[in-house]
Ligand binder design. Sequence first.
Ligand code: FAD
Ligand code: NAI
Length: 454
Amino acid sequence: MIWDLIVIGGGPAGYSAAQRAAQAGLQTLLIEKYKIGGVCLNEGCIPSKTLLYSAKLLDSAKHSEKYGVTIEKASLNHAVVIQRKNKVVKTLVMGIQSKLRASGVSVIEGLAEILGKDPQGFGVRVQNDTYIGKQLLIATGSSPVLPPIPGLPEGIEKGLVVTNREILNLTTIPDSLVIIGGGVIGLEMASYFNSAGSRVTILEMLDHIAGETDPEIAGFLMKRYQKKGVDFKLGAQVIGIQDQQVIYKQNGETPSLTAEKVLISVGRRPVTEGFGLNNLGVAMEKGRILTDEKCRTNIPGVFAAGDVDGLSMLAHTAYREAEVVVGNILGKSDIMKYTVIPTVIYTNPEVASVGATEAMAGQKGIDYEVAKISMRYSGRFLAENEGEDGICKILINKKNQQLIGVHLLGNYASEIIYGAGLMLETEIKLADLKKIIFPHPTVSEIIREALFEF
Ligand code: FAD
Ligand code: NAI
């Protein structure tokens, strides 16, 4: 049999593309070497958010007194948290498996190896069987970057150093946790383990945390976590791991930290090796598969979607790219836009952004104006966040009066940001944005409030 589409990788990009393709009537084969659901469901988005919700509940319980609620003793049972996380993951994975079955996708477990192209199509081997597809989607995702730090491989072998995979399955809370990398994973894991009782230190190479996040919001977030007891070492370069010691260079000195566990979270790289990509001659750039706006590679009939194209390593980007791939296979003209992709850091408080920061707008030479207000302008925020503050910052393009960026710090930000994305996507002008009616009282009203600052 010749398949219409062979999908390699069963993460968000692969399973959603396979499902959409089969629903549209394409004979679709999905090959997954490890776990259906990929990183997102098994060792990324979902498990981390499940843990973080328990931490949030604990934090609320610990501070319930200021809301007039007395809780004698709040504590966290990590074993139960992990059990519940496993249950959530299992439920979602089973849901995806049944959707794939219902859509008519054939799923094979095993490592896919691309053999090349012949007149019939693309040959893909799994163990001893070869499958032929008219079209091929590469959705092999990403894996953690492991920099060449002396002692790191030995640390991993001994179980001292962990990645996102192992940290989400720790059976006990370490007394001390050193996190290398103050990006999204580092901050989210710092949030959980700080609430759970670990002494957490973040070693970040740059002079700020949270990557490209608005610097004021990143600074505010750092201060909040310092207050909670997280120690941040900025401009810190790890130069070695020995026994339980993490040695780093900072301001010309080489101090060290003792750690029961070390999390390495310094970024992720696309998975492009070990499965025969070179047999097709797929064009690459800096370790990622090069794609165009239709998610096509340089080889006709070969597409790539999700983390493997390295453009935006987020599950929601992967879902959209998968739709673009299937749309184009079906002959529809659908293109990927990367300018309006929301990002969220699920700390407590949450950070959410969409569109340009001031730095990005400046780099693009956009003449912009900023409105910045405190979250305390929102009645709902005030009612639910005793003694807390947050930020809402919005940017408009002065020339065309369109919104170009929204940056939020404060809880519910993750649930609000898609609305801001819609405002950017639809290019509505400021005067019309002001006419949108928001439900009251909600934290989302903060955006309306900020719009009226212009
Ligand atoms: P993956 O999910 O990596 O799936 C790729 C799949 O391909 C894997 O299952 C792999 O086993 C399989 N595979 C690879 N090679 C082969 C082969 N040769 N043969 C067969 N199978 C193969 N994103 C968000 O949007 N929100 C979040 O809150 C969020 N939280 C995260 C938290 C953590 C700790 C991490 C690590 C990531 C998080 N992400 C989050 C990112 C998100 O997980 C990824 O963007 C998403 O999983 C990418 O989907 P994908 O399908 O491209 O790849
Ligand atoms: P990241 O790119 O977010 O952060 C890595 C951090 O490590 C950066 O601040 C970088 O400066 C720092 N760094 C790099 N090398 C270093 C070194 N040698 N020593 C010290 N610091 C160093 O990467 P992270 O946190 O690993 O996450 C990977 C990706 O996973 C994210 O970029 C994101 O795409 C995805 N993700 C998304 C989440 C979400 O949407 N909420 C949650 C977690 C992950």
